[in-house]
Design a protein around this ligand. Structure first.
Ligand SMILES: O=C[C@H](O)COP(=O)(O)O
Length: 292
């Protein structure tokens, strides 16, 4: 497929001042969303993330047990959308979660750099899927994005999507903090969607610049325009450095502003975070919660 030609269906320019205006408006409007209803919705959209060098079978099993038992402690709050773990822990999480309905996300394909052989990426992703991952978070080849090798990077996403497609959700991480300008963030988002991404995800959380409101606006606008052109709805995942309930409410507000209410559910909106779950629970309940 010729991705460079397909990009010609889109204006790739991004106005910095227009983005800044939308971010400023969202920041202003998000204060009205600092309430328990919004925080509950955000909580239900969380990919509860543990991607640490210290993770072990016992620590991931314990995290999964707590997520499983969540409803007994917080019956009025929707559970998180998924647990997000390294591929080697997918089976461990699956043994605990069973058929509870809690989904398993696996970062895979040479996460977080994506700098390995295509064969290794394919094998790792296939193994994660075989071991029970419901969703795969893969990093696009950022080096190829920066050098303009769009066909190579999009073909890789297409190939991986083809391997797992149909029943596994594919999230493509564009690592927006490594892209040099908003136009590149838009182009990377469009290429990911054209190549088959079910979600565009901002960041790995493993480089200094993670999710930003500006990148979120650019990605959401690309998702909106792609939907207008193709009719296909692609989800948005903000991830990396999201720590507070106010951060979550701001991403909620950006999605609502740019994409509308219909995106505000776990099938189209996710918050990837290793630290905001307790904070959101504290904001919802009104007292300090240290559940995870
Ligand atoms: O994919 C999710 C991110 O790795 C989470 O980043 P975080 O640890 O900064 O919350």
């Amino acid at each position: 497929m010729n991705y460079t030609n397909k990009l010609e269906n889109y204006n790739l320019g991004v106005s910095d001042s227009a983005i800044a205006a939308i971010v400023a408006k969202a920041k202003k409007n998000s204060t009205a969303n600092h309430n328990a209803d919004v925080y509950k919705l955000c909580y239900g959209c969380i990919d509860l993330t543990s991607l640490n060098v210290t993770d072990s079978e016992s620590s991931i099993a314990e995290l999964a047990r707590k997520a499983m038992d969540f409803g007994n402690h917080f019956p009025d709050i929707p559970n998180v959308a998924s647990l997000c773990v390294y591929p080697v822990f997918v089976e461990t999480a699956g043994v605990v979660l069973g058929d509870s309905g809690l989904r398993i996300t696996s970062v895979a394909g040479g996460f977080p750099s994506s700098q390995t052989y295509l064969e290794v990426k394919m094998l790792e992703i296939a193994m994660a899927a075989e071991n029970g991952a419901d969703e795969i978070d893969m990093v696009m080849n950022v080096g190829q994005m920066l050098t303009g090798d769009y066909e190579l990077l999009a073909n890789e996403i297409e190939l991986i999507g083809g391997e797992i497609g149909g029943y596994i959700v594919l999230k493509v991480i564009i690592e927006s903090g490594a892209l040099i300008n908003p136009s590149m963030v838009r182009t990377a988002s469009l290429l990911s969607m054209m190549a088959g991404a079910d979600f565009v995800k901002t960041s790995t959380g493993k480089i200094p610049v993670a999710a930003t409101p500006e990148a979120a606006v650019v990605i959401c606008e690309a998702i909106r325009d792609y939907r207008e052109n193709t009719g296909r709805k692609v989800g948005f995942k903000a991830a990396g450095g999201i720590k507070t309930s106010e951060d979550a409410a701001l991403y909620y507000t950006i999605v609502k502003t740019v994409l509308g209410e219909e995106w505000l559910n776990p099938s189209l909106f996710r918050i990837g975070t290793s630290s905001a779950a307790n904070t959101l629970l504290s904001s919802i309940t009104g007292s300090e919660v240290k559940y995870f």
